[in-house]
Design a binder for this molecule. Structure first.
Ligand code: SF4
Length: 391
């Protein structure tokens, strides 16, 4: 039945509805788009095993307050009461000691081409023995390896592989480098450090693939054994670091500066997540910072995002977006800017920054042309930054 109402009643009811929409219904929408929620990880209370297990070792960097401990490896500085587990899931407080559960406890072991790290200027077309143990100090919504990075060491399959075993494997197979990769090696710092030290003594290169979220002292100590790194610069915005990764920007910038000071060869990776990392102004500021603080020679890799993990509703990065960001970086003055995850794209190849001829022509991970001789462009003799002569 149709209810007949006067104009006055109609206006009154519309007014009430508007008030409802203004006061109640708007709660369905984000209140303030500028306020982004941090996704930083939390301490796992009472989640430690009662006794250390076979793969346990005491942490290298921690302080004690009675029976409580505070880890000093990364800026999370986890404070653990007895029985607690860290944000990165691989450290626990057992009876007042900080214990790593990741030591000698690899969950992934593969032989990769070095280009997969990605490293385009570090002994191209050589192999790298890649290892990982479970854990990560970040909570990236787009994580590609969440099955191992967002898991406890006890939850994943493991290979008993102590530092001497890793190095022996590399030597027996004649593989020139070992990479600490896939999950976050900062979470298995002690395992990485001891392996790297032993590898160096055997003439094997050490490659660190990381989010760079580490404190100065442990990084400083690690650099004495590092030969190369690929470090993610996930964005150039602190809010985005908080809301997409659960970290902060400045410690990562500090890592780049320290690697640069120490003369470690590194390459920079930025995964271009649509809606988060495709802001051209931000990329321009990022490239200007790289140029000013690190110089033009460290390669920058813009990697195509594909929907995954907690961002599986986002589209893949449009290739045009990657190309525009690459143009911005080149115009800003960076010499070597690559596009990754787009098979067959011209920006996989290396071009001389002086004469612009092709130095390395790549077909996926294979090389079909190599025009660098004694570290110089074969055409114009310009020195090409990187590590070229095989050991
Ligand atoms: S390395 Fe792990 S335990 Fe140490 S502070 Fe970082 S997240 Fe916490």
């Amino acid at each position: 039945m149709v209810r007949r109402i006067s104009r006055k009643t109609f206006l009154k009811e519309i007014g009430a509805l508007s008030l409802f929409l203004a006061t109640e219904a708007h709660s369905f929408w984000p209140k303030d788009k500028s306020v982004k929620k941090s996704v930083k990880g939390h301490i796992f209370k009472n989640d430690a095993p009662e006794i250390p297990w076979k793969w346990s070792i005491e942490g290298f960097y921690y302080t004690k307050e009675g029976k409580d401990v505070r880890c000093g490896i990364c800026p999370n500085r986890c404070y653990l009461r007895p029985g607690d587990r860290s944000i990165c899931r691989s450290k626990v407080n057992i009876n007042g000691k900080l214990i790593s559960l990741a030591y000698g406890n690899a969950c992934a072991v593969h032989i990769d081409p070095i280009e997969k790290k990605p490293l385009s200027h570090f002994y191209p077309s050589t192999q790298v023995l890649s290892i990982a143990a479970a854990g990560c100090n970040f909570r990236c919504l787009n994580c590609q390896n969440w099955e191992i990075s967002q898991r406890k060491p006890e939850e994943v399959r493991h290979y008993e592989l102590f530092p001497k075993d890793v190095v022996r494997n590399a030597k027996e197979k004649n593989i020139p480098s070992i990479a600490y990769t896939y999950s976050e090696p900062i979470s298995y710092y002690e395992y990485m450090y001891d392996t790297a030290r032993l590898a160096r003594s055997e003439g094997i290169n050490n490659v660190w693939v990381s989010n760079g979220y580490i404190n100065k002292e442990p990084l400083d100590r690690l650099t004495q054994y590092l030969d190369a790194a690929n470090v993610n610069l996930k964005s150039f915005d602190d809010d985005t670091y908080r809301s997409l990764n659960g970290g902060r920007l400045q410690p990562v910038l500090n890592t780049f500066k320290l690697l640069h000071e120490k003369g470690i060869w590194f390459e920079i990776t930025t995964l271009v997540v649509p809606g988060y990392i495709d802001n051209e102004d931000m990329i321009k500021r990022m490239c200007e910072w790289i140029l000013k603080e690190l110089g033009p020679d460290y390669p920058l890799h813009f990697i195509r995002f594909f929907p995954q993990y907690k961002l599986n509703r986002l589209p893949a990065t449009p290739i045009k977006t990657l190309e525009s960001l690459r143009d911005i970086a080149l115009k800003a003055g960076l010499h070597y800017v690559y596009i990754g995850n787009v098979p067959g794209h011209d920006a996989y190849d290396t071009y001389c920054h002086n004469c612009h001829k092709i130095l390395i022509k790549r077909d996926g991970y294979n090389i079909s042309q190599f025009n660098i001789v004694n570290g110089r462009c074969k055409f114009c003799n310009t020195p090409i930054p990187g590590r070229w002569e095989k050991k």
